[in-house]
Design a protein around this ligand. Sequence first.
Ligand code: FRU
Length: 498
Amino acid sequence: MTSQTLREARKHEEMMEVHIAPKDRPAFHLSPRVGWMNDPNGFSYYKGEYHLFYQYHPYDSFWGPMHWGHAVSKDLLHWEYLPAALAPDMPYDKDGCFSGSAVTLSDGSQLLLYTGVMKEPQADGSFRDVQTQCVAIGDGRDYEKALDNPVLTEKDLPEGGSRYDFRDPKVWLGEDGVYYCVVGNCTENHDGQILLYSSADGLHWKYESILAKNNGRFGRMWECPDFFALDGKRVVLTSPQDMLPEGFEYHNGNGTLCLIGDFDKNKKTFSEEYNQAVDYGIDFYAPQTILAPDGRRIMIGWMQNWDTCNMRNQPKSWFGQMSLPRELSIKNGRLYQSPVRELDELRCNKVEHKDVLVNGLVRLKGVEGRLVDMELQIRPVDKAQMFQKFAVRFAQDEIHHTAISFRPMESILKVDRKFSGSRRAIIHQRRSMINHEEGKLKLRVILDRLSVEVFVNDGEQVMTATIDTPQDAGGISFFADGNVMVDVVKYDIKDIDR
Ligand code: FRU
């Protein structure tokens, strides 16, 4: 039975979506059908389609009572909106259906495991959110909340685990035929931890272990955990709140963390070998992965930053977008990311310039546009006379540009959107340490209408930023202080008709 609250949300989104022109949305990154979007939820492959749900407030372009928006796709780039899947309509989730995930059950139905939020009055008159894990089962279109909800409550917490920060379950079917999920949690003094649970049927859950603990290192509460095997290792992804920067890592406040290591099957704990940020740009949070039918581990994140998301240039009826889906792998103890190969199918109008000498400002014939996939191979003309700086500017006209600049002597790559059209005093630059062989660097720059994603050295690092630049600012130019040789391969990306 669809509740009145969900029916209203569905009616609202159907009525209001016509007021958003396709040209005002990203072309190949998912944006909310209407209103506000944050975390990706329930990323799954079900009945021959990719499903992506999202944290959704259909009635406003700011965060509010959380619903789940819903879209499906065959290729992870063309998304078709479906009616909202969940609304906060039960006593145990009346203050929000927070983040969660999806898995296929043995009878062929799809299970959504999500966090129900209920405000609890405190002795001092304030309110705090109590968080539990809840289930809804459906057919890929409509979902019925389980009568047994909530299925995980404070009773299922380890000693000292906070009932106020217990959220974002990520579920999967283990090779042993048992369902598992990891849930974000913290101790009473706000130190993040990830809890592991198991279930025979997806409805009845058992506490297993504290899979991983922060021990005061990376931020405070750990949100949106994920846990999976990749290239012979185990990976924990999580989004810690309130991070402190460490050198060039973890500059985003609420940031992303990737831990690479192993799993101790007896203790059911993760042992960590390496840590790194997932994205080194400005706008990336709460990623979630899927194991695609062809074996690829694909990750998608919310292309935003919690600290700046309310600082808008001007009022807008919708807000929020997802990152490109990215294929993951591990090389030399690092997480590598590359845009899903489906993007190659959308490339057209190839323009190639080989061995271009850049010293000062250079523009190249046919290299321009705002829906762009561009590969750059950069090298010094003479290693003995290393260049000071190389930069590429894009989304450019007389007033605007966004730049990526490389300083080989400092091994620094910078993304700078100061002149992208932002009228707000928010963070506009991010620097990252990168690897290069004596000034040799490979970049793949992907532009959609409202974003740039830079894949460095075949995905060894990624820097992501949103930009709010008028679409007719379509210039691309190159600049070098010193002598730089560049190979440029540039494609347009076909606009997607919705
Ligand atoms: C992360 C997050 C989650 C929560 C959701 C609420 O961005 O704070 O922990 O489930 O957003 O919308």
